[in-house]
Structure formats: structure tokens, C-alpha cells
Design a protein around this ligand. Structure first.
Ligand SMILES: [Zn+2]
Length: 243
């Protein structure tokens, strides 16, 4: 709409200029008029204002508010599997991959990552907050509480307090871990020690650092961490924008 108006005015100015040139006596005058017309067009171009959402500092955000982690740090890596079909459901259940959690979870993640950085590594996310409607979608595909939390009860992912993570080097290279994400079996258990030493060390670094910063793990999934107290938060169905 805006561009069309500019083009129409420019076309008009060029028309005045070229028709004016046919008459030699008027050519200088008309050329000046055309130049004036073009200048008027340029003057009338007002840059449209783009509303930038004001990003509040984490200190000014209530702990329960949902925030996007990448708005507060670019020091994390992402492989949000449910936004692809590379997951145990073999189906994409998110329209797009974003890592949102409640603000208090983000605060704890920032501190944990700072500590991981001292070891030359950083957190890579497989999943963060998961809207309750997506939990229903997953339940429909795999209605088995062994693999998917019942959406009526909800998972801590639905409450904005759980993350599925691994570690990568600061250059993004994955550290060896016991299994792939969402591998259901003994290999993924924390009490399985039948693993090469480097894998045991990496899993230990992940667990100890996360626990130090307020997270707790579940016995059967080395990648899953819950923020202390988050199980008491309500299930949410906030959905992020995919624009
Ligand atoms: Zn999880």
C-alpha cells in the first residue's frame, strides 16, 4: 500500500518530465518541476514505525511469567526435536521450535550454564516448556504413561519447570552421553554404570551442575531435569508465536 503510493508518485514525476522534454522551450522548466516532484515524493516518505516489544529485565519479571530463553542469552544451543519428526513419536508436534520456560527456570538455567562454561561446555536443549494441548497431541499418538505423561495430570514440562538437555562444547560439538534423547531403556537410567568412563563423567558433570543450581533428575532419563518446586505450579497452555 505504502510502496504503491511511492511508485505512483514517482511514475507521475517521470511522466511530467518526459512529456515536458518534447517541447524544447519548456524543457528546462519542466525538468526543474520533475525534480521538485521527485523531491516532494522523497519528503513524503515517512519510515513506518515498527513497534518493538519492550523486553523486561529478568529481575522485573514475575517468576511465574513465561519467557523465551534466547531473549536473555545467546549462550545456549538448541535441537528442539518435537519441532521435527526426529523424535520417538516420529511426528512433528510443535509448529516451530522455541525454548520457553517460567522466568524462575530461566534464571536457574543461566546460572547453571555459566558454570558449564567454566568447563568449556554449554547446555543444548531438546525440549523446554510444552503446552498442555501438545501433551494431548502426544498422548493421542502414544497413549502409554511409560513414555508420555497423561495430559490430564500433566508433565512438569507443561508447568514450565522441566527441560530436556545435553552438553555440547562451546563450538557446538556434542559430548558423549549414555544414549540418544528419548531412548527408553536401561542405558538411559542414572543408576546404570555399565558405560565407558567418559560417558559416566559427562553424565556426572551434567547432573551435579544441574543439582547445584536447583534442579532434580528422574532415575530413568539422563536428559530430563525439573526445577525444585515446579511440580506445584499449574499446568499451562500458553502457545508461542511462530511468525
Ligand atoms: Zn523431559
Amino acid at each position: 500500500m505504502f510502496k504503491n503510493r511511492v511508485w505512483a508518485l514517482l511514475a507521475m514525476a517521470i511522466f511530467v518530465f518526459t512529456t515536458g522534454c518534447k517541447d524544447e522551450s519548456k524543457s528546462i522548466n519542466t525538468a526543474a518541476n520533475a525534480k521538485q516532484a521527485v523531491e516532494t515524493v522523497i519528503d513524503s516518505i515517512i519510515e513506518p514505525k515498527v513497534e518493538q516489544p519492550v523486553l523486561k529485565s529478568l529481575e522485573d519479571v514475575a517468576d511465574s511469567t513465561f519467557v523465551r530463553l534466547s531473549d536473555y542469552s545467546d549462550g545456549f544451543a538448541y535441537d528442539l526435536r518435537y519441532a521435527t519428526d526426529n523424535n520417538f513419536l516420529k511426528e512433528q508436534v510443535y509448529d516451530c521450535g522455541e525454548c520457553y520456560t517460567r522466568a524462575k527456570t530461566v534464571k536457574a538455567l543461566l546460572k547453571a550454564n555459566e558454570e558449564f562454561n567454566k568447563h568449556g561446555v554449554k547446555i543444548k536443549f531438546y525440549d523446554c516448556y510444552r503446552p498442555n494441548s501438545v501433551q494431548y497431541k502426544m498422548w493421542k499418538i502414544v497413549p502409554n504413561p511409560q513414555y508420555v505423561a497423561n495430559p490430564v495430570k500433566g508433565s512438569i514440562h507443561n508447568k514450565g519447570g522441566a527441560v530436556d538437555i545435553t552438553l555440547v562444547t562451546l563450538e557446538g560439538e556434542e559430548l558423549n552421553m549414555p544414549s540418544d534423547f528419548d531412548f527408553f531403556g536401561k542405558r538411559a537410567y542414572h543408576d546404570n554404570f555399565d558405560l565407558p568412563q567418559d560417558i559416566l563423567d559427562n553424565r556426572k558433570l551434567l547432573k551435579e551442575t544441574m543439582e547445584k543450581h536447583g534442579f532434580w533428575s528422574t532415575r530413568t532419563e539422563w536428559w530430563h531435569y525439573n526445577l525444585q518446586g515446579a511440580s506445584h505450579d499449574p499446568i499451562a497452555n500458553f502457545k508461542w508465536d511462530c511468525e
